[in-house]
Design a binder for this molecule. Sequence first.
Ligand SMILES: Cc1cc2nc3c(=O)[nH]c(=O)nc-3n(C[C@H](O)[C@H](O)[C@H](O)COP(=O)(O)O)c2cc1C
Length: 242
Amino acid sequence: MASEPVNVNEFQELARKVLPKMYYDFYSGGAEDQLRPRVLIDVSRINMSTTVLGYKIPAPILIAPISMHHVAQPEERKLQPERQRHVLLFVSNSTIEEAIVLTVDSPRLCRREADIKNKMIAPKIKNLEGLLKTEVDSDDGSNLEAYANRTYDASLCWKDIEWLKSITSLPILVKGILTHEDGKTITSSFNNFLLLCLLIITTRKAVEAGVNGIVVSNHGGRQLDYAPPTISVLDEVTIHFH
Ligand SMILES: Cc1cc2nc3c(=O)[nH]c(=O)nc-3n(C[C@H](O)[C@H](O)[C@H](O)COP(=O)(O)O)c2cc1C
């Protein structure tokens, strides 16, 4: 720091530089994850239930879409508390009934080297039975990749969302937004709620802005190498909705 410190943050930065780490951490550290608990609030009865898209859920937590969950647990519903919502996948062993989450960050399946080496096999998919052939034979690398190459649509774009809206009355969320530009495009073309992957915020201003639903997500880093962490772009994406 070139000049004298003039505020608390600058003093803190100075302390961090001059103190042995052990002592700096002693002064500045907190308990465990260092969350900011508020006090003098009646917590004798806690009710974290809320509604998302008209559905009542016991806590503002949704389980993100995870493909092929039945590989880990054949009877998937036993994994979930009865009333907790989870997002159903295109590649799921349940059927689609309640809402559409369109994952928009995967026009193609990324290169998953472990899957290629393992010759990963995509299991049969219940949702699409009878609609398209879900079995793919590939002796050359990942069977999952071969399946994705045949079924994913690399030409997916904003006009397809308009089409989707025209053929269903189900709520539609778009998953995989990482920039405010894309968030804004949704605002103008798509009237939904604002849904963040980590926490759910439904503000009056978001509704006023005509926003319907987005899931800010980098797909857990499974689609694009070097994509920014989801939490680091929340500010950028959400600032335009406040
Ligand atoms: C094993 C596994 C499978 C996943 N499959 C899908 C999928 O099929 N579709 C999808 O939209 N996201 C999928 N995801 C991503 C998650 O829904 C979620 O976005 C991610 O784990 C958390 O990253 P985020 O905070 O950037 O959203 C998968 C994640 C994992 C770990």
